[in-house]
Design a protein around this ligand. Structure first.
Ligand code: ZN
Length: 82
């Protein structure tokens, strides 16, 4: 577990140190606790990354599609004029 805050019944915020720098200084910015990620956390991160990449691909393809549609439209117009 990493250093964290907890709240008492009276609503008071209390720092719970889990590493020495914070235990000594009571300064949360000194925390050196490492993220202990679960397998589910890794899976979620990978999933989110993949979704992000795919969304960007879709965006790029939509742009390309719009561009190609404009070309088609212009070609049709030119053919009509002949
Ligand atoms: Zn810590």
């Amino acid at each position: 577990m990493k250093c964290h805050y907890t709240y008492l019944d009276n609503g008071k915020k209390v720092l719970i140190p889990e590493c020495w720098p914070v235990a000594i200084s009571f300064d949360m910015s000194q925390c050196i606790c490492r993220d202990e990620k679960t397998f589910a956390d890794f899976e979620r991160e990978r999933y989110n990354e993949t979704v992000k990449v795919l969304r960007e691909e879709i965006k790029a393809l939509e742009h390309e599609n719009a561009y190609l549609n404009r070309i088609i439209k212009n070609l049709r117009k030119k053919n009509k004029d002949k």
